[in-house]
Ligand binder design. Structure first.
Ligand SMILES: Cc1cc2nc3c(=O)[nH]c(=O)nc-3n(C[C@H](O)[C@H](O)[C@H](O)COP(=O)(O)O)c2cc1C
Length: 227
């Protein structure tokens, strides 16, 4: 083995040991992602404290919601690693869907003087990582989250290039349950030039007891803690 090859092998080995030590294996290929419902890219902050914006969108309460449960686990993990977290509650804030009026010119203030414009957008502009959280609704994101996402239009350029992540929960557990939403999310990542740092596709998690007895809670914490 020549020197270059040796360094490569040692580096990969060290990375694998580090990630499994965190209880988090970097899963990058589609087959594994489909089987486990999770992908994550480990340490993406370079040890610096990141500003994270979490957008919850379930109309279920904090104590009932499956997606809020996983989001909170992720937040607990991220805070334990010293990151700063802002949570936006899309289902309970005053929001308006984009009217396509183009007054913003895709790079300015929205005509709506609502919580998206006044509470969320200032935090998003400062954020390093955006986390979309949704229950699966008819194989897509909730209308509450889609309302927020469409309003990204007003700041398309300014919020491009950020890191992103998605957490979604669903009742069904067939391997195609999340396919359409995953395609949508990955297309969004591509268009916005985001860097995807994690995906949690929590199938078979239709109720609070189902999600609490699954492994997704632990995984969400570990992904947050390993950022
Ligand atoms: C309007 C609506 C549509 C839904 N559509 C789907 C679906 O397409 N596939 C699925 O597996 N579950 C579907 N579900 C179930 C939810 O995704 C599931 O119960 C989820 O855990 C709810 O998350 P939450 O408690 O955070 O809102 C739907 C539920 C509702 C209310």
């Amino acid at each position: 083995m020549n020197r270059r090859k040796f360094i490569k092998v040692v580096t990969f080995g060290a990375m694998a040991i580090y990630l499994s030590g965190c209880g988090l294996t970097a899963i990058e290929n589609d087959k594994n992602k489909k089987e486990s419902g999770v992908s994550a890219h480990g340490n993406v902050s370079g040890g610096k404290s990141m500003k994270i914006v979490v957008i919850n969108s379930s109309p279920h309460s904090e104590s009932q919601s499956t997606s809020r449960y996983l989001a909170q686990k992720f937040v607990d993990g991220a805070k334990s690693a010293g990151h700063e977290v802002f949570i936006f509650d899309a289902a309970n804030e005053k929001t308006n869907p984009c009217r396509g009026c183009d007054q913003c010119g895709m790079d300015g203030a929205c005509i709506f003087d609502d919580a998206i414009e006044n509470k969320l957008m200032p935090e998003m502009l400062k954020a390093d990582l955006l986390v979309l959280v949704t229950p699966l609704y008819y194989f897509g994101m909730s209308a509450q989250l889609k309302t927020v996402v469409d309003r990204f239009y007003a700041r398309t350029t300014k919020i491009s290039g950020k890191k992103s992540m998605i957490i979604a929960t669903a009742w069904n557990s067939a391997d195609w349950t999340m396919e359409a939403l995953q395609n949508h999310y990955e297309t969004l990542v591509r268009y916005m030039s985001w860097q995807d740092v994690g995906q949690i596709w929590a199938t078979g998690c239709g109720t609070r007891s189902m999600v609490e007895s699954s492994e997704f809670g632990d995984t969400a914490f570990k992904i947050g803690a390993a950022l």
